[in-house]
Design a protein around this ligand. Structure first.
Ligand code: NDP
Length: 310
């Protein structure tokens, strides 16, 4: 039975590929990891459809299925996977203190942070107003609702291109709203966009407001960089302008970079606090792949194991 205070060897926060991989390795090392899954068990991959680039699945695999397999593997090897969110941590002394859902307290000898990253929004009031009513940051989750309609994707990176091509397979027309005169995405992704006839890229455009009524989004007011404004008629407005790391819990306690990502020592997972390790998107603004997150979860587990066995 759970008491309100519990002492554990390793606490893993977050349940994406990084967290589950760390749990797999630490279970096999007999270190009894306890993993809290947070508000989005399985992480960002649970909101994707097919994953074609995770090695070992030649036919591809659905994101949620991949995550449920990672979870099952961690569980089979003995990891203690728990529903719940860590709401507070104190890293000022070991054992570290962590609060679960504002109630239970954990004392952990070591900590692996794999809390991932969350999609960014433009910050327009109209965007907030229509969130869930046409405004979304996940085309693969919500695209289905806009079949045969016109939609827009904001951003010019790989995510925006991926989401635009995905939406183009469902929707009548997809506008890409890109603030620069070029796409930042990889050449391959750019070619896919330019070769998709129902995607129109609006270079040097910014969104002034998302327009809508009681039924949800009906359009967007755009401003070209030369100052000319015009509207487009759309039913869906998708953000793909990057992510911010989920590090609010650790601000002031760990060294973060200027974008809020956790700083680690060289190729290791070691943070500025001894005994605290970081893995996955929370420390990686560049690669952000399931396989790199899983790899960094392994690195964190090995670093943590060495730390505990010192
Ligand atoms: P990026 O940071 O690469 O791109 C963000 C895009 O959004 C840029 O075009 C940026 O414009 C634009 N943007 C940012 N803020 C605003 C704003 N306020 N208003 C308008 N536009 C804005 O993020 P991604 O999520 O696309 O990619 C992140 C990383 O993940 C990259 O390294 C990418 O390669 C990788 N990735 C790889 C994939 C794959 O390999 N299959 C798939 C998806 C992502 P600007 O260029 O002007 O800054």
């Amino acid at each position: 039975m759970e008491t309100n205070k519990e002492t554990i060897k390793v606490l893993i926060i977050g349940s994406g590929p990084a967290g589950y991989t760390a749990a797999i390795y630490l279970s096999r090392a007999n270190l009894a990891p306890v993993l809290y899954e947070g508000i989005e068990p399985g992480g960002q991959l649970t909101t994707t459809t097919e994953v074609e680039n995770f090695p070992g699945f030649p036919e591809g695999i659905d994101g949620p299925e991949l995550m449920s397999r990672m979870r099952a593997q961690a569980e089979r090897l003995g990891a203690d996977l728990r529903a719940g969110t860590i709401t507070k941590v104190d890293l000022s002394a070991r054992p570290f203190r962590a609060e679960v859902d504002g109630e239970k307290e954990l004392l952990a000898e070591s900590l692996i942070i794999s809390t991932g990253a969350t999609a960014k929004y433009l910050g327009l009031p109209s965007e907030t107003k229509f969130r869930g009513q046409g405004v979304s940051a996940c085309a693969t989750c919500d695209g289905f609702f806009y079949r045969k309609k016109d939609v827009a994707v904001v951003g010019g990176g790989d995510t925006a291109c991926e989401e635009a091509t995905y939406l183009a397979s469902l929707c009548r027309k997809v506008y890409m709203i890109v603030r620069k005169p070029f796409l930042r995405a990889s050449k391959a992704m750019q070619e896919r966009v330019f070769n998709t006839p129902n995607i129109e890229v609006l270079f040097e455009h910014n969104t002034v407001e998302v327009l809508g009524d009681d039924s949800g989004v009906t359009g967007a007011l755009l401003r070209r960089n030369d100052g000319v404004e015009h509207t487009i008629d759309i039913a869906g407005f998708f953000l793909a302008i990057g992510h911010h790391p989920n590090t609010e819990l650790f601000a002031g306690q760990l060294d973060l970079n200027e974008e809020g990502y956790i700083k680690v020592e060289g190729n290791t997972s070691k943070t500025s606090v001894e005994g605290v390790f970081a893995a996955g998107d929370v420390k990686d603004p560049h690669y952000r792949q399931a396989i790199t997150a899983a790899g960094s979860g392994c690195v964190a587990a090995l670093d943590c194991e060495r730390f505990l066995l010192r």
